[in-house]
Design a protein around this ligand. Sequence first.
Ligand SMILES: Cc1cc2nc3c(=O)[nH]c(=O)nc-3n(C[C@H](O)[C@H](O)[C@H](O)COP(=O)(O)OP(=O)(O)OC[C@H]3O[C@@H](n4cnc5c(N)ncnc54)[C@H](O)[C@@H]3O)c2cc1C
Length: 395
Amino acid sequence: MRYVIIGGGVAGTTAAGELRKLDSSAEITLISEEQHPLYSRVLLPHYLLGKVERDRVFLKKETWYAEQEIEWLRGEMVTVVNPRNKFVGLLSGREIEYDKLLITTGGHPRVIDEDLRGVSYFRTLDDADHMNQLFLGRGSNARGGIYGGGFIACEYLNLFAHFKIPTTLAHRGAHFWTRVLEPVSGELIAKHLTDQGVEIHANAPLQGLEGDKELTGFVTSKGRHEASIFGVGIGVAPDLSWLAEAGIETGFGIKVNEYLETNIPDIYAAGDVAEYFDTILGRQLNIGNWTNAMSQGRVVAKTMVGERTAYEMVTSYAMNVLGLDMIFIGDTLKAVADQVCLIGSIETGGITQVHERDGRIVGGVCLGRNTDRGAITKGIKEKTPASEIINTLSG
Ligand SMILES: Cc1cc2nc3c(=O)[nH]c(=O)nc-3n(C[C@H](O)[C@H](O)[C@H](O)COP(=O)(O)OP(=O)(O)OC[C@H]3O[C@@H](n4cnc5c(N)ncnc54)[C@H](O)[C@@H]3O)c2cc1C
């Protein structure tokens, strides 16, 4: 059996390792646009904060691939999938045949129109190395700018604070995560950040950058803001353009069922690129977190060798921004909830959102209330009525 995997992140590399365990005679090819062996994106901020050595970010050694008899094509980009003749085409011109194909190409950061020295994105190890250079090169007069109101914006906030760089943050929406958080939850985060000395501008779309080669500032609808380092964190979206001709069904991501199978036989998708049917939540979902990507890599390998296995898991994304703990669990989109109940308040320094659909809890957000996590996760898994969970969480 000849397995081909596109994308060498955690989903693809985990799947490759599992396939080898499950089928010792299989031919496995892993095609990866990046040059590095698997590394942890989760550890990248820790590397920049000096808490983890660069070497410790890597989760696989370069020798692992050959030891596992996995053909590792690094620095190669797949541009064509041909399901009729069962091959993929690389940018370099090479064609590789497959019996079963797994797509784990993750998400690409959304970009702004302009670029100057000092502008940074945060997705890859190369991005982190670039940022390291920026921090080293900017000296004591550095001024930080951030555009965005999500996870990557929070990573930039922690980094700028660590390097004692005064920071201005602007975002387009009324508050952080407008599609997820209720206004009062957004207010809690904004108050926390402002209390920590961050200058925040809400409802402030970016109008442009200032500077000649080197960045000196950025302009939003709220005015001009000084910045010598500018972190852009306006979300990620999968690039699906190269899949259009293959007839693979896509929405926000590649549509797959609970077995991570696409609409085309012998083609599968997993990780951040997949929009999978979640049997616990009862809807098609696209999730961008590490545990989800790794677990899907593991599960899809089983299905690919013939042990058809459904993916079932309640995943969460936890992070801390300038001392405030935040946990997002399950289905947190407000648009698909019937009701969002709030526990706690700005005054007490913590708010938990309980998201309810069809009478049961489907998601939750804990801001400064870590202890609510267990009950929410269990409740989602066991399809418990939201009211029962709310009663167990103290006000
Ligand atoms: C800075 C940072 C911090 C994070 N922190 C956390 C955290 O604390 N907790 C958490 O749960 N999650 C965190 N995440 C998110 C988590 O890292 C991702 O959800 C996870 O890495 C997704 O894995 P993946 O394998 O699906 O995709 P990716 O890791 O994106 O890997 C996809 C790979 O495919 C390659 N590729 C794309 N297109 C092609 C092509 N056409 N041909 C060949 N190769 C291609 C890409 O270059 C990439 O290397 C963080 C992410 C970042 C960037």
